[in-house]
Design a protein around this ligand. Structure first.
Ligand code: GLU
Length: 321
């Protein structure tokens, strides 16, 4: 079906979503990374970014929080750009694990395969692939530049989060070395783990995430800067990765109930992307047991349902003034 949605309607729905979900109880801040446990649990922001560059927002959309696993999407895009879809498939894979984000069992069960760049194992493997190999400074530069390009403005490293996570990431250390033993780390394992920990510790705002979501939805063209960040033809690969594992072991439930491909992070952020239509993001620190923000999920579902968009609907959507 052809559907036309007025921008004013989106403004109205975002306002309503904020009012309806801001007092939701439930969930708790991630506490396995001590820094995250200290963030004010009442912070809450929602933002929608349209391909025209218009941003519709409510709440704490300029608050800077830890991007965490959402940055796995950014790194996946970088290696897709550097190597192409086929090579990423061979070296990492694109399978949902159905298991928690940091699962070691998933690596063993997949017979040495890191599964997808959107779980910890695949993301560490992806960081090892970032070019130029063997050069941590230049690799980091490429990662930061790519994040900036996707988000439309600079992100700053949250030093305290980086320290906190580096001191406590024992599970991720085990993953890096296990992958090394399977020849699934393509550069130095310690360096790859450090790059991963660092980009998870980047500070981002809800608004920047909505812009990044829209850059993906807009076939790689950032709606704010106009820069073509990745090749158009990669959009379906990127969206399929997000849709199949963005919520870890709850991905099926999420996509079935929301219709919005989205990626979560334990910092409380969720970044969604609806191809050709918009980018959407929400942030609130308290998480459910799978590590997904309770309020951010509710807000995004509310908006998708009320404006009637769903990636599986077959509708062609036009947003008008
Ligand atoms: N940096 C976090 C970790 O590796 C990311 C987890 C997440 O956001 O899901 O544990």
């Amino acid at each position: 079906m052809k559907k036309t949605i007025k921008t004013d309607e989106i403004y109205e729905v975002v306002k309503q979503a904020y009012a309806e979900t801001r007092n939701l109880k439930g969930g708790k801040n991630a506490d396995y990374i001590p820094f995250l446990d200290k963030i004010d649990p009442n912070l809450f922001g929602i933002a929608v970014c349209l391909p025209s560059g218009e941003i519709i927002e409510a709440g704490d959309t300029d608050y800077v929080f830890g991007i965490e696993s959402i940055s796995k999407v950014h790194t996946a895009i970088l290696i897709l750009q550097q190597y192409g879809a086929e090579k990423v498939m061979q070296q990492i894979g694109a399978d949902a694990t159905g298991l928690p984000f940091n699962s070691i069992l998933a690596i063993l069960m997949e017979n040495d395969h890191p599964s997808t760049p959107l779980v910890n194992a695949g993301a560490i493997s992806a960081d090892s692939m970032v070019k130029p190999l063997g050069n941590p400074e230049e690799k980091w530069k490429a990662i930061v530049e790519n994040m900036t390009d996707l988000c439309g403005s600079e992100l700053k490293l949250l030093d305290e989060l980086y320290q906190s996570e580096s001191e406590t990431n024992y599970n991720n250390r085990a993953i890096a070395w296990l992958l090394k033993s399977y020849n699934r780390i393509y550069d130095d394992p310690q360096m790859s783990l450090d790059l991963y920990t660092r980009h998870c510790s980047m500070g981002v705002t809800t608004k920047q995430l909505a812009i990044a979501g829209c850059t993906i939805a807009n076939r790689g063209k950032n709606p704010i800067t106009g820069k073509q960040v990745f090749e158009e033809s990669l959009m379906p690969n990127i969206v399929s990765l997000i849709a199949s594992v963005g919520f870890y072991e709850h991905t099926g439930d999420w996509i079935y109930t929301s219709g919005i491909p989205a990626k979560t992070g334990v910092g409380g952020g969720v970044m969604g992307t609806l191809p050709g239509v918009f980018g959407i993001a929400a942030f609130a620190p308290p998480l459910d047991e799978a590590g997904n923000s309770v309020k951010a999920q509710a807000a995004i579902k509310y908006i998708a349902r009320e404006i009637g968009v769903n990636v599986f609907s077959g509708d062609s959507i036009e947003i008008i003034k």
